[in-house]
Design a protein around this ligand. Sequence first.
Ligand SMILES: Nc1ncnc2c1ncn2[C@@H]1O[C@H](COP(=O)(O)OP(=O)(O)OP(=O)(O)O)[C@@H](O)[C@H]1O
Ligand SMILES: [Mg+2]
Length: 210
Amino acid sequence: MTKVICVAQRKGGAGKTTVLVQLATALGEAGRRVALIDTDPQGSLGGWMRLREEAGGGEVPLRFSAVGGWRLGVELDRVRDAVELVLVDTPPHAEAEARGAMREADLVLVPSQPSPLDLWASRATLELARREGRPVRLLLNRVPARGRSVGEAEAALAEMGVARLEARLGNRQAFVTAIARGLGAVESEPRSRAAAEARALAAEVAALLG
Ligand SMILES: Nc1ncnc2c1ncn2[C@@H]1O[C@H](COP(=O)(O)OP(=O)(O)OP(=O)(O)O)[C@@H](O)[C@H]1O
Ligand SMILES: [Mg+2]
């Protein structure tokens, strides 16, 4: 059965679109049939997709559509039969849209940088998912290569009773340059640490969804 993953975070710039792109390309590389739906009027994911088409489409086939949040249900019905996984990007600061997308989700992923301010700001989104009764996992993103921030963030999350993924994405230029080329890190730098992190994320998400 087709599974829907919603990437949501009320805080802007936490890495929703970056995470979605890296996850989608890694899932595609692993042989999953994936569709992406952008419900963010900023259209960041659509911008990446346009670059991707100009660059020849990438190695991994991905379906893409952009819809207003209120049309998500209709769009999901349209793509459901064609793919195994649908990844939905959502706008920041838009509780109604985020809630609508979460309602459709088999898994809500909430990216956050590993700092106290970012983790506190994540609570609103985590709470929203919980209220919708959807499985939710926090994903630490932009984790610095050095320092204590991860250990401290993980301890804080445990204290808050927040379920997180074991996988995390580092603060890596490879993610940024891949996106600038319309690619995922698994395509642009397949032997990089960034690519390895994206694959670990994809494996953990796929295992969670069964
Ligand atoms: N793991 C990462 N490593 C390096 N840079 C990152 C990483 N994740 C995100 N960024 C950078 O952080 C910025 C915000 O990322 P992104 O646009 O993915 O966040 P977002 O949550 O989708 O933002 P918005 O709320 O505006 O939709 C971008 O400049 C992106 O390149
Ligand atoms: Mg975004």
